[in-house]
Design a protein around this ligand. Structure first.
Ligand code: ADP
Ligand code: UDP
Length: 237
């Protein structure tokens, strides 16, 4: 499928049309941002590492019966996906307390959360992605009750698959963010799953192996992403 004109350039990926209106190409760039775009850098190899990481995880999720937009990897840093009408919300699941949950509620970092906590955030950089609830989503028409229920069920189904995948590689899946969209009436997982959008800690040392290394200037960001990938069985090109 041919790469046609640029549709959108986000903070980390560029999106291209193809000659088929049902499909688009995601190009994973080396650009990295945090704190709603206020901290930025280009990290060598990040685009290729996240594209391959995402391809591997999306295939695992599809094998577990979760509908995803992922079709196939096209090159080291490009993938073909189904073009979704994205819902403007972010779905976060937390297995351990970290990040904004700790800041908001003053709970102890690392505390096990049982059952896992599910949160919605509005995808809006200008507003700093505020936390929202089902009532906001319904009232402002960001998604229907059916879509809300579907996003919750699929995000928690992803948790079952990925908690085990990372645990088998000696890591704790602390939390993660997913985005969903609609394709011909079906709710489908979109965007990406990579260490840019989740927290992963080494099970024994609790060392951070995700984007917090960038946020907190811990160094060796992409080396940590590659180590996570190797531990779950990815052979990077
Ligand atoms: P951001 O928009 O937050 O800066 P990215 O740089 O990752 O993020 O840009 C990718 C954009 O593409 C995001 O807005 C995301 O919601 C959107 N997107 C991801 N997957 C799909 C898809 N399958 N169909 C349509 N849009 C998608
Ligand atoms: N997250 C993300 N994109 C966002 C906001 C959060 O990928 O715009 C991820 C983040 O990497 C973490 C999880 O969602 O894995 C929960 O993030 P949190 O609410 O703790 O926010 P943060 O600490 O990043 O401010």
């Amino acid at each position: 499928m041919n790469k046609a004109e640029l549709l959108y350039s986000g903070k980390a990926k560029s999106v291209y049309h193809t000659d088929n209106p049902d499909f688009m190409i995601l190009e994973f760039r080396d650009d990295t941002s945090a704190f709603d775009g206020k901290k930025k850098a280009a990290l060598a190899r990040k685009g290729a590492v996240n594209n391959q990481f995402n391809a591997f995880v999306m295939e695992k999720l599809a094998a577990a019966g979760i509908p995803t937009h992922f079709e196939k990897q096209l090159s080291a840093n490009e993938s073909l996906v189904r073009k979704l009408t994205m819902l403007p919300v972010e779905c976060v699941v937390r297995n351990r307390a970290a990040g904004s949950l700790v800041r908001r509620l003053g709970v102890e970092e690392g505390q096990t959360l049982s059952p896992p906590v599910f949160e919605f955030f509005l995808k809006n950089d200008d507003l700093g992605d505020p936390m929202i609830n089902d009532a906001h989503i319904l009232t402002f028409g960001w998604a229907t009750a059916e879509q809300i229920a579907g996003m919750k069920a699929l995000t928690l189904a992803v948790n079952d698959v990925l908690l085990k995948l990372f645990a088998d590689g000696g890591m704790i899946l602390v939390d993660y963010k997913l985005e969903f969209g609609m394709f011909k009436g079906e709710l489908v997982l979109g965007d990406e799953f990579s260490p840019d959008g989740c927290r992963l800690w080494d099970s024994k040392t609790l060392e951070k192996m995700d984007k917090d290394r960038f946020r907190q200037d811990l160094g060796n960001v992409i080396e940590a992403y590659e180590e996570v990938g190797r531990r779950i069985g990815i052979e990077f090109q």
